[in-house]
Design a binder for this molecule. Structure first.
Ligand code: FES
Length: 105
């Protein structure tokens, strides 16, 4: 599954993501900078904050209430903000672009 991470300065990382992993794991594994993931994917830190391409809103599903409340701690929250550790990679995400905010936490 091809997913592109875009750093805040516009640098793109096109990655072949493995199904079943979370987006956060994919980014960390591939050395994409800007995703701190301090809590290791437990939905408890909001430092894996990303902006999901509007066209893929449905494919990534709804944020759980727990994720919603963590997102309130993320800086510069937007309508398309998500925690990347709560999105699992599937074929539906093929071609998705994900933006990484300048600052985490
Ligand atoms: Fe901590 Fe996603 S890694 S909330």
């Amino acid at each position: 599954v091809k997913v592109t991470f875009i750093e805040h300065d516009g640098k793109e990382h096109e990655i072949e993501a493995q199904e079943g992993l979370t987006l956060m794991e994919v980014a960390v594994k591939n050395g994409v900078p800007g995703i701190d993931a301090d809590c290791g994917g437990a939905c408890a830190c909001a430092t894996c904050h990303v902006y999901v391409d509007e066209g893929f809103k449905e494919a990534t599903g709804e944020a759980s209430p727990m994720e919603e409340s963590m997102l309130d701690f993320a800086s510069e929250r937007q309508d398309n903000s998500r925690l990347s550790c709560q999105i699992s990679v599937s074929k539906k995400l093929e071609g998705m672009k994900v933006k990484i905010p300048e600052f985490q936490g």
